[in-house]
Design a protein around this ligand. Structure first.
Ligand SMILES: [Zn+2]
Ligand SMILES: [Zn+2]
Length: 666
């Protein structure tokens, strides 16, 4: 009989079976640290895990499930997916916008991996503006990728590298790279053939083994920034869903209050911007936040997540923000006192004494009193200003002026006796005024006549001396000499004369310039005649930067001698060269003849190491001359002599075989 064994009861409750995922539930790297993986990097790693190209996974599984966020297709999935613009803007998948949200929720759904939003900047969406947040191109730290053999499987893209403001790797303290060292090209953050650690264009490994951390001193600040952003990313999982800008606003307000107002607050950014952060719902940009935290010497994470205690009482009154107000009794007393003064002070003066920057407050509170002060002040000022000028003084000044020969400006005269206008003159001294006007008119007429004569004289003088010596005066100079301030009276009265004078002046100036220029040419030509080797005319013209024909026509004799001198020199040089060449030919012919070789042109040329001439005619002439001098018979005779059996020393068949008939005949 079998032992009866008592078994436990059947497990009745359902086991906890997790949801099946459509794609592999790949665990993202580095969540909760500064080195958290980016969503785009996660997508390419997901594709690699399914042995797919990133583009294939995106096209067939992901994009076909993502509705458009903008345009006519907004809210719907496009039937035909456009290829290019997707990868161009793929960096926004790591960002803070609706697009990132859509992709995160889709991948959450397909992989069943929770909190993929931590692979993007989404946790900070309400705190940091999307403007200039992410860079559109891929950047990486080659040391973070490491060696291909050891780390190709564990390589991943850091979210930190996606931020515009991060330019160095805080771990290896190296600048981030953005161009492939092999193909030299930049890449999009996500591409059809993206694979962590590899160039998406040439598919080569971008990492290299780290050669220890090297710290460039100029990178210190950038490393600080990268670390600051890294801390933000690491804090992602701890943020509440309703995290916002409240603490940040409060902190900024505190800083501004401590400084004593926006105008006294210096944060490296405009106070208007700071004011907008506090008063309006403007979301700060990453760059501004970093600048701000640097200027206040507070870390970025504290600035946005903690209430910063600056040692002030929480209920301290915000003085700068309160409306500055002086007690009504004080203001009224000040205004009353001003009204009692012999000449009341101006309203801005009173306001300033009370500590106001404008008179608005005074006018608003005591309009009647202010009006009274203004009118009383005006009346008093008028009375005090009114110092009547005695009639005798005016008359005396006018008579004095009338007796002077020069032009009289009545305004100046009135000012000299203490009058601001000429109205009293018109009223009380009409005769004197008319007399002065008549005197002025006479002076002006005489002056104009003299000016006319001066203009004519200047024109005649200019005609007599074409080379501007003495210089022809300008119309303004003539006018000033005649006592006018400007040329206007002359140009309006004598338009023809002034135009002619201007033309004369132009001609004279040009003539003078030309004269000066031609003097320079003459000097240069004379110098060139003394130079050795004699320069060519072309070289001289070039050195003068002048015109060939002009110079030749201006200085025909100098030109001719210059040309002759140069031509003679060239001839002489050529002759010397020819003679030297003839000497070389002669010795070559002699040598060939001595060896029993008939001296034909190619052989002679070949015997001269560096022949000066290659012209066949010239060489043939020189060879012929040498042959004649050495009494060498013509080639036919030489050949006849050879074929008849006469001995020719050392003459080989090969020598003749190389000799073409046409050249052999001199
Ligand atoms: Zn690194
Ligand atoms: Zn490459």
């Amino acid at each position: 009989m079998h032992d009866t064994e008592v078994y436990g009861a059947w497990e009745q409750s359902r086991p906890n079976v997790t949801r099946r995922s459509y794609l592999y539930p790949l665990t993202p790297f580095g969540v909760g640290t500064a080195a958290v993986e980016s969503l785009t990097g996660y997508i390419s790693r997901l594709a690699a895990a399914h042995a797919l190209e990133t583009g294939v996974l995106i096209r067939h599984e992901l994009r076909s499930r993502i509705p458009c966020t903008r345009g006519v297709w907004a809210g719907r999935v496009r039937e035909v997916l456009p290829e290019y613009p997707f990868y161009m803007g793929a960096h926004t998948l790591n960002g803070v916008g609706a697009r990132a949200q859509l992709w995160v929720s889709l991948l959450d759904q397909l992989t069943c991996v929770p909190r993929l939003d931590l692979l993007t900047a989404l946790p900070w969406a309400s705190t940091i503006s999307c403007v200039h947040l992410l860079r559109p191109s891929r950047a990486w730290c080659p040391a973070c990728y490491g060696d291909e053999l050891s780390s190709a499987d564990s390589a991943y893209e850091r979210l930190l590298w996606a931020f515009h403001i991060v330019t160095v790797c805080p771990v290896h303290r190296l600048p981030l790279e953005s161009n492939c060292p092999f193909c030299g090209r930049g890449q999009y953050v996500l591409a059809y053939r993206s694979r962590p650690g590899y160039c998406s264009r040439c598919y080569r490994w971008l990492g290299r083994a780290s050669a220890g951390t090297c710290l460039h001193s100029e990178l210190t600040e950038q490393i600080g920034v990268a670390e600051m952003v890294g801390v933000l990313l690491a804090a992602g999982p701890t943020l509440s869903a309703h995290f916002g800008l409240d603490l940040f606003r409060e902190n900024v307000r505190g800083f501004v209050r401590d400084a004593g107002g926006y105008h006294r607050f210096h944060a490296g950014i405009s106070h208007l911007q700071v004011r907008n952060w506090v008063r309006r719902t403007v979301i700060p940009r990453m760059h501004s936040l970093v600048t701000f935290s640097h200027s206040q010497n507070v870390s970025l994470i504290r600035l946005v997540t903690e209430r910063i205690d600056r040692g002030n009482k929480p209920d301290q009154k915000c003085v700068w923000n309160a409306h500055y107000r002086v007690a009504a009794s004080v203001v009224e007393a000040a205004l009353q006192a001003a009204l009692q003064a012999a000449i009341p002070p101006s309203l801005p003066e009173i306001a300033n004494q009370l500590g106001y920057r404008s008179v608005a407050s005074l006018k608003f509170r005591y309009p009647a009193l202010c009006r009274e002060i203004v009118s009383r002040r005006r009346a008093q000022m008028r009375v005090s200003n009114k110092a009547p000028v005695p009639r005798e003084r005016i008359e005396k000044a006018l008579l004095e002026e009338l007796s002077k020969p020069g032009f009289t400006d009545v305004r100046v005269v009135m000012a000299s006796v203490g009058l601001r206008s000429t109205s009293r003159l018109d009223k009380d001294f009409r005769d004197l005024r008319l007399a002065i006007a008549a005197k002025n008119a006479t002076i002006k007429r005489r002056r104009l006549e003299a000016s006319r004569a001066a203009l004519i004289a200047a024109i005649e003088a200019a005609g007599a001396t074409p080379c501007n010596d003495p210089p022809v005066p300008t119309v303004t100079e003539v006018a000033q000499r005649m006592g006018f301030a400007t040329a206007e009276p002359l140009t309006s009265q004598f338009p023809e004369l002034t135009t002619e004078l201007q033309a004369c002046r132009r001609r004279a100036t040009q003539g003078k310039h030309r004269h000066r220029a031609s003097e320079r040419v003459r000097q240069r030509l004379t110098e060139a005649l003394r130079e050795f080797p004699p320069p060519s005319c072309a070289a001289v013209v070039r050195s003068l930067a002048g015109h060939w024909t002009q110079i030749r026509e201006d200085f025909p004799d100098l030109w001719r001698s210059l040309r002759q001198r140069h031509a003679e020199y060239v001839r002489e040089v050529h002759r010397t060269k020819r003679e030297a060449f003839a000497g070389e030919v002669y010795s070559a012919v002699t040598e060939l003849h001595r060896q029993g070789i008939y001296p034909i042109v190619p052989l002679v040329l070949a015997a001269i190491p560096h022949p000066q001439f290659h012209s066949r005619n010239m060489v043939a002439k020189a060879v012929g001359l040498a042959r004649r001098e050495l009494s060498i018979k013509p080639y036919e005779a030489f050949r006849g002599q050879r074929s008849s059996g006469t001995a020719v020393n050392c003459c080989t068949n090969a020598t003749f075989a190389e000799t073409p008939n046409g050249v052999a005949r001199p």
